[in-house]
Design a protein around this ligand. Structure first.
Ligand code: DOR
Ligand code: ZN
Length: 362
C-alpha cells in the first residue's frame, strides 16, 4: 500500500494528519495561453504530474500541428525544474477528420478529443452542432482506444440552465453511449446525482471527472449575501442534494470517478462584468480542497485512487512513480494571482484551509 499513515498516537487520536500518495494528475485543466498561461501554470505544475489540457483557446486546437505548437508553449512556460507533462486534446468540430484524430493519437500528440456542444461554454462556438454526424470520428476513436471528453450540457436556449446537464444526458449522452459501446467516454465535471448514476450504469466504458468546487459549493452559494461571480462556472452548481451525491461518489473509491479540476481562470475584469465569464480558478487550491473533502467524509484511505489511479487507468496511462504529501497544517491561501494589469481570483482565496501541500518527490 502506498498511502503513508501517520497517526497521532501520543495524543491518543486516530485521525490521519498526513497522507502520502502517488503523484496525481489533473484530467481537466484550462491553462490558456500567453500571459495567463505564465501566471497559472506554476500552480497546476506544483500539484499535478500531468494535465489533460483543454483545447478551447483562441483559436481552438483542432489540428495536430496546433497541438504540438501549444504543447511547446506550455513546456516553455513551466517553472524551472518542473517536470509537468501536458497531455493534449483535440477540439472537435463538425469538420473533424477521422485521420487527423488517428494520426495525432498514434504519434502520441493527442491523449483525447474534447466535445463541446456548439456554444455551450467559453470559446465553444466552433464546437459540434450535430453529435450523431460525428459517428465516423467516434468509430475511429473506438477502434484506436482514444477517449472522448464531453461537456454534457444542452445548448437549447429554451432549457432551464439548471436542467441543461440532465437534458443533454437524456437526449445526447445516452444515445451516444448506446451507439458506440466500445468508445471510452469521460463525462466532464459532472454536477448531478442522476449523471453519477448514468456513469455507474455504463462504467464499462464511461467515467466522470469531479471538480473541487462542485464538492464544496451548491447553487445557493452563488447568491450568498449577493451575486458571487467568482463561483459561476458551467455546468452551474446545482442543489445541495447533488453536491452531497458528488461527495459520496468522489470518496467512494469507484474506479469510474477521478480528478478533473476544470480550473478555468478568467481575469477579474471578465468576472466582475455586466456579463460574467464562466469559470472557477481552482488550480491553486485543488488538492487542498479535495483532501479536505476526503477527510471530512472519513475517506482519506480512498484519496489516492481518486487522485492518482482511476483516471490514469481509464485513459490507459502509466501510473506516476513519485509521491506527494498532504499535511493537516492550516494555511491562508493567497486571494488572487496577478496577470498583466489585473488578476485572477483564487477559489477559496483569502481563506484559511486546514490542509496544505507538503513534500513532492519526483
Ligand atoms: O466554467 C467553465 N469555464 N466551464 C467550461 O466548460 C469552460 C470553462 C472555461 O474555459 O472558462
Ligand atoms: Zn473545462
Amino acid at each position: 500500500m502506498s498511502v503513508t499513515e501517520l497517526f497521532d498516537r501520543a495524543a491518543g487520536r486516530s485521525r490521519m494528519d498526513r497522507t502520502t500518495i502517488r503523484r496525481p494528475d489533473d484530467f481537466h485543466v484550462h491553462l490558456r495561453d500567453g500571459a495567463m498561461l505564465q501566471a497559472v501554470l506554476p500552480f497546476t505544475a506544483a500539484q499535478f504530474a500531468r494535465g489533460i489540457i483543454m483545447p478551447n483557446v483562441v483559436p481552438p486546437v483542432t489540428t495536430v500541428a496546433a497541438a504540438i505548437a501549444y504543447r511547446e508553449r506550455i513546456l516553455a512556460a513551466r517553472p524551472q525544474a518542473s517536470d509537468f507533462i501536458p497531455l493534449m486534446t483535440c477540439y472537435l468540430t463538425d469538420a473533424t477528420a477521422p485521420d487527423e484524430i488517428e494520426n495525432g493519437f498514434k504519434d502520441g500528440v493527442w491523449a483525447a478529443a474534447k466535445l463541446y456542444p456548439a456554444g455551450a461554454t467559453t470559446n465553444a462556438h466552433h464546437g459540434v452542432t450535430d453529435i450523431p454526424g460525428l459517428a465516423p470520428v467516434f468509430e475511429r476513436m473506438e477502434k484506436i482506444g482514444m477517449p472522448v471528453l464531453i461537456h454534457g450540457e444542452s445548448t437549447d436556449p429554451e432549457v432551464d440552465i439548471f436542467d441543461r446537464e440532465a437534458v443533454f444526458m437524456e437526449q445526447s449522452m445516452l444515445p451516444l453511449l448506446k451507439r458506440h459501446e466500445g468508445l471510452k467516454v469521460v463525462i466532464e465535471h459532472v454536477t448531478t446525482a442522476e449523471t453519477l448514476e448514468l456513469v455507474r450504469a455504463h462504467a464499462r466504458h464511461a467515467a466522470a471527472t469531479i471538480t473541487p468546487h462542485h464538492l464544496v459549493i451548491n447553487r445557493t452559494s452563488l447568491f450568498q449575501g449577493g451575486l458571487r461571480p467568482h463561483l459561476y462556472c458551467l455546468p452551474v452548481a446545482k442543489r445541495e442534494r447533488h453536491r452531497l451525491a458528488l461527495r459520496q461518489a468522489a470518496t467512494s473509491g469507484e474506479a469510474c470517478f477521478f480528478i478533473g479540476t476544470d480550473t478555468a481562470p478568467h481575469r477579474r475584469t471578465a468576472k466582475e462584468a455586466e456579463c460574467c465569464s464562466a469559470g472557477v480558478f481552482g488550480g491553486a487550491t485543488a488538492l487542498q480542497t479535495y483532501v479536505q473533502v476526503f477527510d471530512e467524509e472519513g475517506a482519506l484511505d480512498r484519496f489516492e485512487a481518486f487522485a492518482s489511479e482511476n483516471g490514469a487507468r481509464f485513459y490507459g496511462l502509466e501510473l506516476n512513480r513519485g509521491t506527494i504529501t498532504l499535511e493537516r497544517r492550516e494555511a491562508t491561501v493567497m486571494a488572487a494571482v496577478a496577470v498583466e494589469d489585473t488578476e485572477v481570483v483564487v477559489f477559496q482565496g483569502g481563506q484559511t484551509l486546514p490542509w496544505s501541500i507538503g513534500e513532492v518527490s519526483p
